[in-house]
Ligand binder design. Structure first.
Ligand code: P1T
Length: 389
């Protein structure tokens, strides 16, 4: 059971990488907190010697998430940003990355403020036209990096086409699959080399742990990641691994409801007079709708929209919400709303934000699992408050 990749996602989410504890019969994965493991002689051990290098609870999480992504090798990290930083540290000074133009602000900051000073440059590209990726490639391009759907503009990029372009240039494609989750999108099957996640979001799903994950089926890439995971040391605690392992068991069920509720709210937002634009890949009006329909198994639980009335209206809207919390992050059972320009994407320069359309009226929703009519009632009262500004 524990390693059966032929099982379907709902089964894998609950069982992959885990089997009853041989000592006690415990059905749920024990939390092994020990930092070190006794060796019967120098170098003679049961597979674990030190918990930074490997830990039984973390191993179970890594196997489970790798199975969901259809990957041969998985690596858990202390945060999504830690996973990103470690992947990028496989690069060397002089190397170049072609990066999606719309990524999480913290990811942009790693490219701009951590990797660039180390001599790794990157070019942001709107990959909605894959030809732009080809145009940005240089002989020293080693990596292509994309989020799809992107954060926060929910752009959809063609994974298979960009993977083919990257491969043709000898570069690897990394896809941040945080917004879609393995339930809705399988980047490795579409040709990506590495998938990265902030498990803080949908995978854990309960907003009570920060974590990251990277996986690949390429043995050489896996060896590099294994080395860097241990050498750089940005690993999650066994307790956090347990929380994520527990959370991911309901990922398939949660995603079905996130998609259903977001679809209802997106359609109503589009019909609301105070909304000038709705960005949701499930709407036929979304420029990436056809591609999302082909590439994804559901449009996800994230919606961004433009509210008329500028910053004052946006502030009033976000202050009025009572079920949606005004908070960064996403993907939990609870609904969240945020203002990307002030909150999650403040580290993206103002000019770049403007070019992307991240303006004062842009609001991003993470649609949770509460009753959808209650959620619409909450949004409706916030629209009323915004209209009074
Ligand atoms: O927060 P952390 O676990 O380090 O993950 C970073 C990260 C990576 N990739 C994507 C697509 C993300 O959305 C994030 C984190 N994003 C938020 C906190 C946010 O509110 O958008």
């Amino acid at each position: 059971m524990s390693h059966a990749p032929t099982h379907r996602p709902d089964t894998l989410a609950i069982h992959a990488g885990q089997s009853p504890d041989p000592v006690s019969g415990a059905v749920m994965q024990p939390i092994v907190l020990s930092s070190t493991f006794a060796q019967s002689g120098p170098g003679e051990h049961k597979g674990w010697d030190y918990s930074r290098s490997g830990n039984p609870t973390r191993d179970a999480l890594e196997r489970c998430l790798a199975a969901l992504e259809g990957a041969a090798h998985g690596f858990a990290f202390a945060s999504g940003c830690a996973a990103t930083t470690v992947i990028l540290h496989a690069l060397r000074p002089g190397d170049h990355v072609v990066c999606g133009d719309d990524v999480y602000g913290g990811t942009f900051r790693i490219f701009d403020k951590v990797m660039r000073p180390l001599g790794v440059s990157s070019t942001p590209v709107d990959m909605t036209d894959p030809a732009r990726v080809r145009g940005a490639l240089r002989p020293e391009t080693k990596l292509v990096w994309m989020e799809t759907p992107s954060n926060p503009m929910l752009k959809i990029f063609d994974i298979a086409e960009v993977a083919a372009i990257a491969r043709g240039a000898g570069a690897r494609l990394v896809v941040d699959n945080t917004f879609a989750t393995p339930m809705l999108q399988s980047p490795l099957a579409l040709g990506a080399d590495v998938v990265v996640h902030s498990t803080t979001k949908y995978i854990n799903g309960h907003s009570d742990a920060v974590g990251g994950f990277a996986c690949t089926s390429d043995a050489a890439t896996a060896e590099q990641l294994r080395f860097l995971q241990n050498a750089m040391g940005a690993v999650p605690s066994p307790f956090d691994c347990y929380l994520v392992l527990r959370g991911v068991k309901t990922l398939p069920v949660r995603m079905r409801q996130h998609v259903a509720s977001a679809g209802v709210l997106a359609a109503r937002l589009e019909a609301h007079p105070a909304v000038t634009r709705v960005l949701y890949p499930g709407l036929p009006s979304h420029p990436g709708h056809a591609l999302a329909t082909r590439q994804m198994r559901g449009a996800g639980g994230m919606i961004s929209f433009d509210l008329a009335g500028g910053l004052g209206a946006s502030r009033a809207f976000l202050k009025q919400l009572s079920i949606f919390a005004c908070a960064e992050s996403l993907g939990g059972v609870e609904s969240l709303a945020e203002h990307p320009a002030i909150m999650t994407h403040a580290s993206v320069p103002a000019e770049a934000r403007r070019a992307l359309g991240i303006g004062d009226g842009l609001i991003r929703l993470s649609v949770g699992l509460e009753d959808v009519e209650d959620l619409w009632g909450d949004l409706s009262s916030a629209f009323d408050a915004a209209a009074r500004v």
